[in-house]
Ligand binder design. Structure first.
Ligand code: F6P
Length: 385
């Protein structure tokens, strides 16, 4: 019987539970055993500090890295009611240990001890980068485990090939090669609801609001929220204002024009990773001070924070995660050593398998292009069409 494990990793995203449910149930339907790795790569240990070695790791209980009760067999009913629950019930973490080879060594050992040779990872680009690294290192990890007498040659023999499948769970919608990531639409909806609420009080008091939204280095949430709420101004990292030109004056002139036309409220949306063309951060605080000082607007700042990431998933995210979870199990069952690890994407409204390694690399290339101020290149990479 094939044994397929799922873990959620990195920042949680609404719809991750639907993905876990789909993987567990599709695996069972296909005659496999399903497992959930609790607390992501990390496990329940938050005390692990300092140099990470195989010896220090062995003393700790880490999620995938812990062989014990953190990898749990899942039955059909274990995922009952998962569709509507926000966050991730099986837990997640941003794991430093898995970024180090000893962490991945123990993870490999524990998977083999449990008889698991297929891992579905639901997370953002960092988590999928880790998953990709895990698969490419797999043969050498096994070799080292035998050399270190952690496993015998007989034990590793049936596990020569590791199946990894990536599901993109992230509110940021920053992964290349997929149109949308699990959680992004719910988060966008929550942002819009919040801005609608802010708008009514802004209108009452004729105030300006600067709203900071998440997204890290990806402006999708800010841009879409700006379109959906009719914001006056939007700041996103991919399209920074030119540091040399006086963008502050331009923004103030535009907002004054809106006010002169009779608008009683001003909404400026800023992505948390917004920058100018010299890569200097543009913060909600700076913008608030600017509107207060130059336009004498009664201006308030709202940092939406984690309220936008939590809560029940939208129907879209439940459906996306369910369809992609089933596809992930099918991808595991179809996998062969010579087929690159897939990432389950959504391209032009179709669920597709794309090359995980390429998607991870292209996502990194976008960040690098922004880092060297090649903003057009970043846009082109993000959306070649
Ligand atoms: O990647 C998802 C995300 O919510 C980002 O938008 C944000 O920058 C970050 O995670 C916040 O991370 P944490 O929850 O660890 O503070």
């Amino acid at each position: 019987k094939r044994k397929i494990a799922i873990l959620t990793s990195g920042g949680d995203a609404p719809g991750m539970n639907a993905a876990v449910r789909a993987v567990v149930r599709a695996a069972i339907v296909k005659g496999c055993d399903a497992y959930a790795v609790h607390e992501g790569y990390q496990g329940n240990d938050t005390t692990l500090k300092g140099k990470i070695t195989l010896t220090t790791l062995k003393r700790h209980r880490l999620g995938l890295v812990d062989g014990g009760d953190m990898i749990k067999k899942m039955e059909w009913d274990d995922v009952q009611d998962y569709l509507s629950i926000g966050g991730t019930v099986i837990g997640t973490a941003r794991c430093a240990a898995f970024r180090e080879r000893p962490g991945r060594l123990l993870a490999a050992k524990n998977m083999i001890k449990k008889g698991i040779d297929a891992l579905v990872v639901c997370g953002g680009d960092g988590s999928l980068t880790g998953a990709n690294m895990f698969r490419s290192e797999w043969p050498s990890l096994l070799e080292e485990l035998v050399k270190e007498n952690e496993l015998t040659a007989e034990e590793i023999e049936p596990f020569a090939h590791l199946n990894i499948v990536g599901l993109v769970g992230s509110i940021d919608n920053d992964m290349h090669s997929t149109d949308i990531t699990i959680g992004a639409v719910t988060c966008l909806h929550r942002i819009c609801e919040s801005i609608d609420s802010i708008s009514s009080t802004a209108s009452s008091h004729s105030r300006a609001f600067v709203v900071e939204v998440m997204g890290r280095h990806c402006g999708w949430l800010a841009l879409m929220a700006g379109i959906a709420t009719g914001a006056d101004f939007i700041f996103i990292p991919e399209c920074p204002p030119h540091a040399g030109e006086n963008w502050r004056e331009n923004m103030c002139a535009e907002i004054k024009r809106h006010r002169d036309l009779g608008k009683r409220k001003t909404i400026v949306i800023v992505c948390e990773g917004a920058i100018d063309s010299e890569l200097q951060p543009i913060t909600a605080k700076d913008l608030t001070d600017l509107l207060t000082e130059r336009l004498h607007l009664d201006t308030r700042m709202t940092i939406l924070g984690h309220v936008q990431r939590g809560g029940s998933p939208s129907s879209f995210d439940r459906i996306l995660a369910s369809l992609q979870g089933v596809e992930a199990v099918e991808a595991v069952l179809a996998s062969k050593p010579d087929i690159p690890s897939p990432m389950i994407a959504m391209c032009e409204n179709k669920i597709k398998r794309v090359d995980l390694m390429k998607a991870v690399k292209l996502t990194g290339d976008v960040a690098k292009a922004i880092g060297r101020r090649d903003f057009e290149g970043a846009m082109e990479l993000r959306d070649p069409s």
